[in-house]
Design a protein around this ligand. Structure first.
Ligand code: HEM
Length: 152
């Protein structure tokens, strides 16, 4: 597959993954003014996260590595290595933090309700983890586009 076609698919995957993620906060903020729609809202966010955003993040790694090996880019290239470290952090925080928190949020909303301390604690944790993940992904995009090379 030509390199530029891989890069096109890579950037498309980045748009889909990060584009979906940045809408979660808007949906949750709007739904918090109408708590009766929060269960539906969180379930749809979970569906988008599991079926669209996270698979797109997986594709980013696969196509990214394909590009790296196609042009024989050393993995020690600063911008790439830094991006890979941040990517590993995004995957860890996503799988160990954000995804289980969202799952638990849906369960607690059903069993204890929107105003319960248990739900409110999880909602705050989900927001903080979401912001941290967004900052990490924006840093990866910066590295990918600007390609800083402090040790070139
Ligand atoms: C959250 C994850 C990622 C995002 C959002 C992302 C985003 C991007 C973007 C926007 C570009 C285009 C940059 C440009 O045209 O100047 C790019 C290029 C690239 N990315 Fe990623 N990327 C991610 C993960 C990865 C990973 C994990 C790898 C490697 C394993 C990787 C390898 C590459 C390579 C080799 C290029 C092409 C550089 C070039 O030819 O200019 N990316 N990425």
């Amino acid at each position: 597959m030509p390199y530029l076609l891989m890069k096109y698919l890579h950037v498309l995957a980045a748009i889909v993954a990060f584009g979906a993620n940045v809408t979660y906060g808007i949906w949750i903020t709007r739904a918090s003014h109408h708590p009766d729609v929060m269960p539906f809202t969180l379930q749809v966010i979970k569906l988008i996260d599991d079926r669209l955003a996270n698979p797109a993040y997986g594709l980013l790694l696969v196509i990214g590595l394909l590009m790296v090996f196609t042009v024989h880019l050393p993995l020690t290239t600063f911008w790439l290595l830094a991006a890979l470290v941040l990517y590993a952090l995004v995957v860890l925080i996503g799988l160990m933090g954000y995804t289980p928190t969202l799952r638990r949020q849906i369960q607690i909303l059903e069993s204890e309700g929107f105003n319960s301390p248990g739900y409110q604690t999880l909602a705050r944790r989900g927001t903080i983890l979401g912001v941290v993940l967004a900052i990490l992904v924006m840093a990866i995009v910066f590295l990918m586009v600007v390609k800083p090379s402090p040790w070139a």
